[in-house]
Design a protein around this ligand. Sequence first.
Ligand code: NAP
Length: 240
Amino acid sequence: MPRLALVTGGTRGIGAGIARALKEAGYRVVVNYFSADAVARDFEAASGIPVFKWDVSDFDACKAGIEDVRRQHGAVEILINNAGTVSDNKFENMDEAQWHRVLRVNLDSLFHMCQQVYPDMMANKWGRIVNIGSMNGQAGQLNQVNYVAAKSGMHGFTKALALEGAKHGITVNTVAPGYVDTYLMRNMPERILAKIIGKSPIHRLGTEAEIGHAVTFLVDEKSAWTTGSTITMNGGTHMY
Ligand SMILES: NC(=O)c1ccc[n+]([C@@H]2O[C@H](COP(=O)([O-])OP(=O)(O)OC[C@H]3O[C@@H](n4cnc5c(N)ncnc54)[C@H](OP(=O)(O)O)[C@@H]3O)[C@@H](O)[C@H]2O)c1
């Protein structure tokens, strides 16, 4: 039977691209989402990929959600921690709620989710965990102290868990995208979009499918030697 992959925040944007790429590659795939029921229903109907609703920032909700997935589909063998959120503000105006929400959804969620699937992966002596970081977590970004701190923390989490997981056949890696052509970018003012694209020698945004392709490489049986790594994908922006 094909391995089971779970993509958090997989009903739209980059997560949906990853879920589709994994399905195309022959994996069994399920996705999680948080609030947009209609988007989730449309995604499920169009892709045939089952959706599960819970908040990755809530440890108990992750526990219950994974038990539900396990009952219906079996143990999760491939976990893609993609769900994320932003709440931008100048540092002097950033309040405690903005700080904690972004840290909980983007970073605490890794602990919440990995804790649920790691025991099964250890027992099976095989597992793949891929965390979706961000170019901003590598380079820093104005008005995003919370988001950058969370995404930078993800790199430490990836490396530390990769060290522990190695003897159990579990790899842990990060993909750090630059700006990807999701619906959010489609609403961005032309002037800002032109500035972002101008920073890439390839002169375009990334695609959801390109991120999905990188994740598919990392979870492959033949990628067992790649762990604790970050794949940086930003159209070459990082070279400037
Ligand atoms: N877009 C970019 O250019 C870009 C660049 C670099 C990195 N990234 C990273 O890539 C990942 C995906 O970004 P995106 O732009 O594709 O995001 P998106 O379009 O905003 O989608 C986010 C997904 O995550 C889910 N989600 C949000 N909060 C959640 C929670 N607490 N519990 C469970 N699910 C939750 C959403 O579900 P609902 O819709 O149901 O709320 C949705 O399915 C994020 O980690 C982001 O930081 C994005």
